[in-house]
Write a protein that binds this ligand. Structure first.
Ligand code: NAD
Length: 498
C-alpha cells in the first residue's frame, strides 16, 4: 500500500521549489534565467499527479543562444589553469553538500524517489565534482622517441569544445554531474538538456556552478518539451563538437545517426538488461539481499537494475520464498514519508507500460507472487512485484523492465545460461553470486560492469558504461576525462650531433 500525507507533502515540495528558484524558472543561459517568452509546460509530482510548477519551454532561438553563450565562455574557461578549474569544481562539491537536504527534496519533488535515496543521489552526484576537481590537475600528456630515433613525439590533450549533455529523468542529479564535472575539468563549456520530467535539479546544479565561480555561459541549461527538435537544432550549430547522451538505446541510435552528418564526438550511456545469476553454491542470504539492492534501488528505475533474476535450481524454491517475503514487506509511498521504502514511478506512462508487461506475461502462463496490480488513488505508485514461470522468450527478452518488478527463473547449467544471456544485444551490467563458477561468469558474461557477491556496481572511480548496444565510451574514473579531450601530436626532428 502507498502511504502519503498529502498536506505535508505539498508543503515541503512547494517550499523547496520556491526557495530554490527565486531568480526564475526557465532555461538558464549565460548565467541568467532566460527572459525570452515562449510556451510553457508543467512539471508533475509523481506522488500526487499534480502539476506543481510551470516552466518555459525553450524554442530553437533560445537553444541556439545557449550554444553561442557556451562558445563565447569557452574562450575564457579553456584558458583557466587546471588549478583554477579544479577550485571551481571543489567549491561546487562543497556547496552541493551544504545544500544536500534541499537538493534531495527537489529530486523527490520532481522524480518521486524517497528522501533516503535522494540524499544518496546528492552525495553520489557531488562526488563527481570532488573526483574531477582532483583529476583536473592531472591532465594527461606523454612523450616518446620515434622508433627510427629521428623525432621527439609529444602528445598533448585539448578540450573538445562545446559539449551537449542530454540526461534522463531517473537519476536527475548524478546523470548531470557525471557528464558536467569531467567536461568542466577538461576545459569544455556545456549546454545541458535535461529530461522534461525533471529539469529543476539540473537548473539548481547550474546555479551552484555559478556560485562556485564558473564564468557566465560555462554551464547552460536548455529546458524544453520538444527535445527532438531542439536537440537537432543545437547539433547543427557549428560550435557544438561533442554530444554526451544518457537515455534509451532507441533515442541513442537516433542521435548517433544525426551526429554522423557533422561527425560529432559521441558518448552514449544507453539501456541495460542486467541479469542476476545465483550459482548453486551462493550464500542465500547475501544473494537475496544483493538481488533486492540490484532490483529495488531507485524503485527499479535504473539502467543497471537487475532485469531478470536466474537462480540455480537447487536454491530456486528457497530463494523465491524468501525474496517474496522480503519484498512484500517493502512499502511504496510518497518520497517524503519516512515509512516509504521506494517512491512512485516518475512517469505515469511508464507505470502503465510496466503493468502492461506483467499482464502480458501472465496471459502467457506466468504467476504473480507479489504485487502486480495498479493501486487505487493518485500518483504513479506501483507495488514491488515478483513474477515466476515466464515463457522462455520473456525470460531472455532484451526489454528493460525499469520498475519494481522482478522476474525470477531457475537454471540448470551456468555455462549454458551465460551463452544464452550473451545473445542479448545489451551489455551494461550483471551480478553474480556464488563461489566455484564465479570466474567462469566474470570471464565470459558480455557486460561492461559486473557485481560479484554484491548488488552494486556504480562508483565515481570506475569507467561506468556498457558494451554492444548499451553504449559507447565511459563516464567516471580517469577515463571519463578523456571523453572531453582530444589528443594533439607535436612532432619535432632530432638533429644528430657529431
Ligand atoms: P529517453 O531516451 O527517452 O530520454 C533521455 C533524454 O533524451 C531526455 O532528456 C529526453 O528528453 C531526450 N530525448 C528523447 N527523445 C529525444 C530525441 N529524439 N532527440 C533528442 N533528445 C531526445 O530515456 P529516459 O526514458 O529518460 O531514460 C530511461 C533510459 O535511460 C533507460 O533505457 C535507461 O536504461 C537509460 N539510462 C542509461 C544509463 C547508463 O548510464 N547507461 C543511465 C541512466 C539511464
Amino acid at each position: 500500500m502507498s502511504v502519503i500525507d498529502i498536506h505535508s507533502h505539498r508543503e515541503r515540495r512547494d517550499a523547496t521549489v520556491a526557495a530554490t528558484f527565486k531568480r526564475g524558472l526557465s532555461s538558464y543561459i549565460g548565467g541568467e534565467f532566460s527572459r525570452a517568452r515562449s510556451t510553457s509546460f508543467s512539471i508533475v509530482d509523481p506522488a500526487t499527479g499534480e502539476a506543481f510548477a510551470e516552466i518555459e519551454s525553450a524554442d530553437e532561438n533560445i537553444a541556439v543562444e545557449a550554444v553561442r553563450c557556451a562558445e563565447e565562455a569557452g574562450h575564457i574557461w579553456r584558458n583557466r589553469s587546471p588549478r583554477e578549474r579544479s577550485d571551481v569544481l571543489k567549491r561546487a562539491f562543497e556547496i552541493m553538500i551544504e545544500r544536500r537536504t534541499d537538493l534531495a527534496d527537489l529530486i523527490t519533488s520532481e522524480n518521486g524517489k524517497c528522501t533516503a535515496e535522494a540524499l544518496q543521489e546528492v552525495d553520489y552526484a557531488g562526488e563527481y565534482f570532488r573526483w574531477y576537481a582532483e583529476e583536473a590537475v592531472r591532465f594527461p600528456s606523454s612523450s616518446s622517441l620515434s622508433p627510427k630515433g629521428d623525432a621527439h613525439m609529444v602528445v598533448q590533450y585539448q578540450p573538445v569544445g562545446v559539449s551537449l549533455l542530454i540526461t534522463p529523468w531517473n537519476v536527475p542529479a548524478a546523470m548531470v554531474t557525471r557528464k558536467l564535472a569531467p567536461a568542466l575539468a577538461a576545459g569544455c563549456t556545456v549546454v545541458i538538456k535535461p529530461a522534461a520530467q525533471t529539469p529543476l535539479t539540473a537548473l539548481a546544479i547550474a546555479e551552484i556552478l555559478r556560485e562556485a565561480g564558473a564564468p557566465s555561459g560555462t554551464v547552460n541549461v536548455v529546458v524544453t518539451a520538444s527535445s527532438a527538435l531542439i536537440v537537432r537544432a543545437m547539433m547543427a550549430e557549428r560550435a557544438v563538437r561533442k554530444i554526451s547522451f544518457t537515455g534509451s538505446t532507441q533515442v541513442g541510435r537516433t542521435l548517433l545517426s544525426q551526429a554522423s552528418s557533422r561527425v560529432l564526438r559521441c558518448s552514449m550511456e544507453l539501456g541495460g538488461n542486467a541479469p542476476v545469476i545465483v550459482l548453486d553454491d551462493a550464500d542465500l542470504t547475501s544473494a537475496i539481499e544483493g538481488s533486492l539492492i540490484a532490483k529495488m534501488r531507485n524503485g527499479g528505475m535504473s539502467c543497471v537494475a537487475a532485469n531478470r533474476i536466474f537462480v540455480a535450481r537447487k536454491l530456486y524454491q528457497e530463494f523465491v520464498e524468501t525474496y517474496v517475503m522480503r519484498v512484500s514487506s517493502m512499502k511504496s509511498g510518497g518520497g517524503f514519508e519516512s515509512l516509504s521504502d521506494f517512491g512512485p514511478l516518475t512517469d505515469g506512462r511508464e507505470r502503465d507500460r510496466i503493468h502492461g508487461e506483467v499482464v502480458n506475461w501472465v496471459s502467457k502462463g506466468a504467476k504473480v507472487l507479489s504485487g502486480g496490480y495498479l493501486p487505487e488513488g493518485n500518483g504513479n505508485f506501483y507495488p514491488a512485484t515478483t513474477v515466476i514461470d515466464l515463457s522462455e522468450e520473456d525470460q531472455f527478452s532484451d526489454d528493460e523492465i525499469f520498475g519494481p518488478v522482478a522476474a525470477i527463473s531457475p537454471f540448470d547449467d551456468s555455462h549454458e545460461l551465460v551463452e544464452r544471456l550473451n545473445q542479448s544485444e545489451s551489455g551494461l551490467a550483471g551480478y553474480v553470486f556464488g563461489e566455484r563458477d564465479v570466474s567462469y561468469v566474470t570471464d565470459n558474461l558480455q557486460v561492461g560492469m559486473l557485481g560479484i557477491n554484491r548488488g552494486l556496481v556504480s562508483d565515481v572511480s570506475i569507467p561506468f558504461g556498457g558494451i554492444k548496444q548499451s553504449g559507447l565510451g565511459r563516464e567516471g574514473g580517469p577515463q571519463g576525462l578523456l571523453e572531453y579531450l582530444q589528443p594533439k601530436v607535436l612532432s619535432s626532428p632530432i638533429l644528430k650531433g657529431a
